[in-house]
Design a protein around this ligand. Structure first.
Ligand SMILES: [Zn+2]
Length: 843
């Protein structure tokens, strides 16, 4: 949805009696979030003058553009740049100065041609300067290992901070980059270097080959005293690969040579073509949020890239990240989402394909667990006030960057897995190849992908997929098993959905039958006797609900099946509780059978049920519920299970039953925490074990140490304060009034306490009287407060939230407040459907 440019003539022609008649001029109206459609770039020639020792940079860009409608100006994105001399040239003989219009758009500026020009090609040449001070956004510099380095991060809307440009992903053009840098530095960009010449005895100019069609957000630069490690020529096209690391770190970059060849090979086999790159530099950034897929210049957070290849968690993580970033070379870089509302086309495919390669290369210790947990994370994000469809409207410049979340990554990933399970691996691969081929080097939308899917499969499949893209939340499939006559499962998808369902069933061996389920579908299960049957054999993106008695009979049956099913079974029961469709008595029976089982995957399934109940427990039932949990968490000790599973179980125990540990363990842990505090190092998990016994005194000590701590460690300290019990809620809230603590630090423990069911009411009571001051201090981060109060679950509190926050919140925050109130209403309704919890616990 492109905003239209409006030209409004406001200056009247009536002359003043006393002064000269003012020249007629148009006052421009800023176009809003999107650039108008009357101009588009054809190619860029970008020259940057960079010295990592200096905090500023300068540059000149020449943009060849096509003007499609008669106009006297052109809008470009530009943010935090000081714009200098600008000129234009057009058709033979035309040209002149480009004048910067005083009207400023949202991270946009308009340049005036000085006359009305006709459609055709123009070249806009603009000089500018900027600062390198926004860490990890635009051009930024970092110091490490005794040297200064400059890096770039264009995604999502930050290319406009290092050059004026048409900064929307739909504009893909060649970019020619030239960098003037100190002679002793290495300069890198997306493409191979073509020439270097000395500018003077201090500086050199490095030119790079023009890129293929590239959106502005993928233009990348790195400059500094790098050490370059040659990895060799990799992949089908013998791609030259290097690692660029900080000086002296080359010997720690062995993971690239050890693992990257296999990653490239696996991806090229899947996609059926060589990586679409001219060269690849893998670049270490001392501090980066993760990694970034810039074609030809992939940046990595240094700890992900430098390390010992024989250390398995490090090597496995590198494989995961590298596979994700290289999958982007097709999904996102070659085929680019036309606009940020379709970000899932980039991040969802890269997550899904990256994970597939990770599994193929044996970099996942426990594939069953990983599959189940990815589904669990996606569903958690898609439930409650964060729920969203894959395709989402973008309303503000902050929205693109905020949409890099579990919806774009995990939800899209699991939805893609669900259709792969239904269509089969090869058929699905062919759909993806056809999609990549149809849009290579260009842009695509959700509709383009659905069209390719429709052509390769059928209307029903494409429609089902399209529903997934546009819908919020997880579809629900009702199932009945029929055992007289032909054995079959009768399935019905709620809410007009069609859902790719894979039923698992088990006679002599475990098998699956997949069908697209709409209003009514009969799925035969071919076994001599009516077999135990499971509704979600492939951990698909849907919840099942057996209308007849659950046909898997007993938990023991379930232990025989793929482990993912045992986790999924718990997640689906949890969803029923959340929907208000399972009374407490039945919920407790399910929970107890899973927590008490000897199978850690079933216990992990039970954790989801426990959390679902926990969210509905009010203060009157809290003590009985905690006592019951403390009795039934023995399975949560994670002994003798693989590391990731053990960690999941331990975390669950700390969240659900922090007081279930024996006195001896608490005493030992307290000693460890004391040592941590002395050495200014803190483990949130250890603090959780001793928070209750430590009480106010321990809280105060950690709060004091937090003030002295720095960087990531300081964040750990504030997180540790968030695991205390309701008695410490007033102390946490008091931190918000301490002007010597930065507000985002002080907010961390309060947010955590407000979100935890056991502490939410106490935290709200302490917070309520100081809300005006807190809202003021949080300023633009007030959305975090509005999201957190959505965790409350009580009628009185709901009224208080509405009453106190309504007048404090600006219009922009009103939708978030409405979502929070809806979440509270949903919780209150589900609680009343759960019914008599105390009675159920007493049995
Ligand atoms: Zn990504």
């Amino acid at each position: 949805m492109a905003s239209r440019l409006l030209l409004v003539a406001v200056v009247a022609c009536s002359a003043s009696e006393r002064g000269p008649r003012p020249a007629e001029r148009h006052v421009l109206v800023a176009p809003g979030l999107r650039l108008p459609d009357d101009a588009a770039p054809i190619a860029y020639d970008l020259h940057l003058d960079l010295d990592p020792e200096k905090p500023t940079f300068s540059g000149t860009v020449a943009i060849r553009a096509k003007i499609t409608k008669p106009t006297d100006h052109v809008w470009l994105h530009a943010d935090e740049l000081v714009l200098g001399a600008a000129t234009w040239t057009g058709a033979a003989g035309t040209g002149g100065t480009l004048a910067l219009d005083p009207v400023e758009g949202d991270e946009m500026r308009a340049f005036r041609f000085g006359k009305r020009i006709e459609p055709g090609e123009v070249t806009l040449t603009i000089a500018f300067t900027g600062a390198l001070d926004h860490d990890q956004e635009g051009l930024f510099r970092q110091r490490a290992h005794g040297g200064w380095y400059i890096f770039s991060q264009g995604e999502s809307v930050f290319a406009r901070r290092f050059t004026p440009c048409f900064d929307e992903p739909r504009f893909k053009t060649p970019w020619r980059v030239t960098l003037t840098v100190p002679s002793s530095d290495v300069a890198l960009s997306n493409m191979p270097e073509t020439a270097t010449r000395d500018v003077d005895d201090q500086r050199k100019e490095v030119s790079f080959a023009a890129t293929g069609p590239l959106p502005s957000y993928l233009v990348a630069i790195a400059v500094g005293p790098f050490e370059l490690v040659e990895v060799g020529k990799l992949g089908k096209a013998k791609l030259p690969v290097r690692v660029a690391v900080q000086r002296g770190e080359g010997k720690r970059a062995g993971i690239v040579a050890a693992k990257l060849p296999a990653v490239i090979d696996a991806l090229e086999r899947y996609v059926g073509e060589p990586l679409p790159l001219a060269k690849l530099d893998v670049v270490a950034v001392p501090h980066l949020f993760g990694a970034m897929e810039n074609p030809g210049l992939i940046t990595f957070d240094e700890p992900m890239l430098l390390g010992e290849p024989r250390v398995k968690p490090f090597a496995n993580n590198f494989v995961l990240v590298a596979a994700h970033e290289l999958a982007h070379q097709w999904f996102g870089n070659s085929v680019t989402p036309a606009w940020w509302d379709d970000l899932w086309l980039s991040e969802g495919f890269a997550s899904w394909l990256g994970a597939k390669v990770e599994v193929e290369l044996g970099a996942v210790d426990d594939v069953e667990l990983r599959v189940a947990l990815t589904r669990r994370e996606a569903i958690a994000a898609d439930t409650g006030s964060s729920a969203a469809p894959l395709r989402r409207p973008m309303l503000h410049n902050a929205d693109p960057d905020n949409s890099f979340d579990e919806i774009a990554y995990q939800k899209a990933h699991v939805v893609l897995s669900t259709f792969e399970s239904y269509l089969g691996e090869e058929a699905f691969r062919d759909v993806l190849r056809a999609y990549l081929k149809a849009h290579a080097g260009a842009i695509a939308t959700t509709a383009d992908f659905v069209a390719v899917l429709r052509k390769a499969t059928n209307d029903a499949t494409a429609t089902s997929f399209d529903q997934y893209v546009r819908s919020t939340g997880v579809p629900v499939v009702e199932l009945r098993r029929q055992c007289d006559g032909d054995h079959k499962v009768i399935a019905h998808a709620r809410d007009g959905r069609t859902v790719p369902v894979c039923i698992g069933y088990d006679g002599k061996r475990y098998e699956e039958a997949c069908r697209l389920v709409g209003e009514h579908e009969e799925i035969p299960v071919f076994q001599a006797t009516c077999p135990p049957t499971y509704g979600n054999g492939r951990a698909g993106y849907y919840h099942t609900m057996w209308i007849s008695d659950a046909p898997h009979g007993s938990v023991r049956d379930l232990t025989l099946k793929p482990a993912r099913l045992r986790v999924v079974a718990g997640d689906d029961v949890a969803a029923r509780i959340d929907r208000g469709e399972l009374p407490a008595a039945d919920a407790i029976v399910e929970l107890r059978s899973m927590l008490d089982s000897k199978d850690p995957y079933l216990v992990l399934g039970g954790v989801a049920i426990a959390h679902a109940i926990d969210r509905l427990v009010g203060e009157p039932d809290r003590a009985a519920w905690s006592a019951w949990l403390n009795k039934h968490v023995q399975g949560l000790n994670g002994e003798n299970v693989k590391s990731e599973l053990a960690e999941q179980l331990a975390t669950a125990r700390l969240e659900l039953a922090p007081n279930s540990f024996g006195l001896g363990l608490v005493k030992d842990t307290m000693m460890a925490v004391e040592r941590d505090l002395t050495s200014m190092d803190v483990s949130v998990m250890l603090v959780a074990v001793v928070a209750t016994s430590g009480g106010d005194k321990l809280f105060a000590r950690i709060a004091d140490r937090a003030k002295e701590a720095q960087g990531d460690m300081r964040e750990e300290f504030y997180e540790a304060l968030g695991v205390f019990g309701p008695a410490q809620a007033p102390l946490a809230v008091a931190l918000l009034g301490d002007a010597s603590i930065e507000i985002d630090q002080a907010w961390t423990p309060v947010e955590h306490m407000l979100e935890r069911p056991a502490t939410r009411s106490a935290t709200w009571r302490a917070l309520k009287p100081v809300l005006p001051a807190v809202v003021k201090r949080l300023d633009s981060d007030v959305d975090e407060l509005l999201a957190a109060v959505g965790s409350l679950c009580d009628k009185t509190e709901r009224a208080e939230v509405a009453q106190t926050l309504q007048p404090l919140v600006a219009d922009a925050g009103k939708p978030q407040l409405a979502r929070a109130l809806a979440a509270i209403d949903h919780c209150i309704a589900s609680r009343s459907k759960l019914g008599d919890l105390a009675g159920a616990l007493a049995h």
